[in-house]
Design a protein around this ligand. Structure first.
Ligand code: F6R
Length: 581
């Protein structure tokens, strides 16, 4: 949530920061701002709305000639999206940008007000600026250390102090890295913001304070020097180009066959590189949103392999009374590797000294770093806020893990043909558009399925509602008649997902029940039942079937959102990486 970039070096920061913010915009996009520094002068430019509005505003401003700047794109937590709540915030000599949430901002604010601070915004961030300003006499690092001792919550901060030509930065439970390049130094919450300048970066540990000058940087923790190695990112700037597509969501869906193919080629003869789940008595799978639904698919696969599996969303798991044993494995699924609740669930497992397995996209992220084992899903950079290709890669990893537990005959043969079959399905965009025509004026859409088809339904439904803003829900097919069926009437669209031979007749009956109450069915499955609206996917090994079904639902969600004129890559109220609880 929210994005930070700061630059100090030889060049004017405006273009660097602007480009960085554009690359970070997927993390939050309700307002943005920049601060430029020369000598004692700090110039702040802020704006409500997209980065394009800030760009326009900057064009009309006379900017100071300088080589130090910090910038921010916001996803509001404390205070509505407005210019006064946009970052940077300035109190006294301190100007800063912040990602995260200061949980005890309210009592701190009261105290600071008693001491005479007059706050301009409703943000928790301004409290942080006031605290550092309060403690700053001559020693900036000392002031930061004192301030962070008083706050509870999460923060990544890039800080300017009127008295020094430096940028300071510190983080806790919110990502922040240093970028290293010959012409300057960067601080950013996401390597993607600086990739066109450098792929060299340094990770920052919790509460390590970094001091950046135009000639170098130093890191301390509790005033003691820290040495950290410079790492090289394998991501490329290519990842952020649209390649002729109108939206990242479509581009990223279209990348799925090649990503699946690459992943298969890497692991097909190298299954030993994947962890063996057979040695565990209990598997807990934890994630949020789509990552949780990918986990749900994993649960059904592992259960059929004979494992005992518990699954929960991270925001619940972290507060539950979980019984662990020494043969428990907790699997944390996360595209970003920085989702606050998933990190908390991981920490809980680590505290209980059980093994943890990260299934993540972003290497170097907190979850990738701190788990006992990690499998990188290798989806490349995912920019559209709604996840698509990362979901498919997560399911692919779970499918391979399942195959490793229980090697059934047809799997490898089907695996080899999977990318091509997926490509053929994705090439039917005309058909998805036609279905979108039937859906885009609806107010409610339902998805039903049983077992793994229910997990697929959950993801299909989430995708549709988050990008198109049509209300949509998913139910276990057998559960519908226990209440929800009362919502079904003439013309209601009901998706029936049916890929599991064992229970297909049951779900077909449930679909017929809604049809007889006026519903218009869209059948997605492997057998041809002759429905007017049906998406037939090739029959493959059960462990692979979701990889062919989910992309068709992603396509439909995309085209429905398109027809409704939605902001597909940046749906309202969302952000790519949810780093607050
Ligand atoms: C939905 C979506 C979210 C994420 C969720 C977890 O399209 O993208 O539901 O799946 O916020 O994010 P990660 O995977 O980064 O932990």
């Amino acid at each position: 949530m929210c994005g930070i970039i700061g630059y100090i070096g030889k060049e004017h920061p405006k273009e660097i920061l602007l480009e960085g913010l554009k690359n970070l915009e997927y993390r939050g996009y309700d307002s943005s701002g920049m601060a430029f520094k020369k000598g004692k002068e700090i110039q702040i430019v802020k704006c409500v709305g997209k980065i394009a509005f800030l760009e326009e505003k900057l064009q009309n401003e006379k900017l100071i000639d300088c080589n130090i700047g910090i910038a921010h794109t916001r996803w509001a937590t404390h205070g509505e999206p407005s210019e006064k709540n946009a970052h940077p915030h300035q109190v006294g000599k301190i100007t800063l940008v912040h990602n995260g949430i200061i949980e005890n901002a309210a009592p701190l604010k009261k105290e600071l007000e008693k001491e005479g601070v007059k706050f301009q915004s409703s943000t928790d961030t301004e409290v942080m600026a006031a605290l550092i300003n309060k403690y700053y006499k001559k020693d900036m690092i000392g002031a930061i250390n004192k301030a962070i001792k008083e706050v509870k919550g999460s923060y990544a901060l890039a800080i300017l102090n009127e008295d020094e030509d430096k940028i300071y930065a510190v983080r806790c439970q919110s990502p922040l890295i240093i970028g290293v390049e010959k012409n300057g130094y960067y601080v950013t919450s996401d390597i993607g913001a600086i990739l066109s300048h450098t792929n060299q970066y340094v990770l920052l540990g919790e509460n390590e304070v970094v001091e950046l000058t135009k000639d170098g940087y130093s890191i301390t923790k509790n005033n003691k020097p820290i040495t950290r190695k410079v790492e090289t990112s394998t991501l490329s700037t290519e990842d952020s180009s649209l390649h002729g597509y109108e939206h990242y969501m479509l581009k990223e869906i279209m990348e799925e066959p090649i990503l699946v193919d690459n992943f298969i080629k890497k692991y097909i003869n190298n299954l030993d590189a994947l962890p063996d789940l057979k040695k565990y008595h209990d598997i807990h799978i934890v994630g949020c949103g789509s990552a949780y639904y990918a986990g749900m698919i994993g649960k059904y696969l592992f259960e059929e392999d004979g494992l005992r599996v518990d699954i929960d969303v991270a925001s619940e798991y972290r507060y539950r009374n979980i019984i662990y044993n020494d043969k428990t494995l907790v699997i944390l699924i996360s595209q970003s590797g920085e989702t606050a609740d998933t990190i908390a669930a991981m920490r809980k497992a680590i505290e209980h000294k059980v093994d943890t397995l990260a299934i993540v996209n972003v290497d170097g992220s907190t979850i990738a770093r701190d788990c006992t084992y990690k499998v990188l899903i290798e989806a490349g950079r995912e920019i559209a806020v709604a996840t698509t290709k990362a979901f498919i890669q997560q399911v692919l990893v779970l499918s391979l893990l399942s195959y490793k537990i229980n090697k059934d005959d047809t799997y490898l043969e089907d695996l080899i043909h999977l990318p091509q079959q997926l490509k053929v399905l994705l090439d039917k965009s005309g058909y998805y558009k036609k279905l979108a025509d039937a859906i885009y004026k609806q107010e409610d859409v339902f998805f039903i399925g049983r077992k793994v088809d229910y997990a697929i339904s959950m993801e299909g439904s989430l995708k549709l509602k988050e990008v198109s803003y049509i209300h949509s829900d998913s139910y276990q097919a057998g559960e519908l008649k226990h209440g929800t069926i009362s919502l079904v009437n003439e013309g209601t669209i009901v998706f029936g997902i049916i890929t599991d031979d064992e229970i297909k007749d049951k779900t077909i009956s449930n679909l017929e029940e809604v049809i007889s109450r006026g519903a218009v069915p869209i059948y997605v499955g492997i057998d041809d039942y002759g429905y007017e609206n049906q998406i037939l996917v090739p029959r493959v090994n059960k462990k692979l079937q979701p990889i062919l079904v989910v992309p068709t639902l992603q396509m439909i969600a995309y085209y429905v959102a398109y027809k409704r004129g939605c902001d597909i890559d940046k749906p309202r109220n969302l952000a790519k990486s949810v780093t607050v609880e």
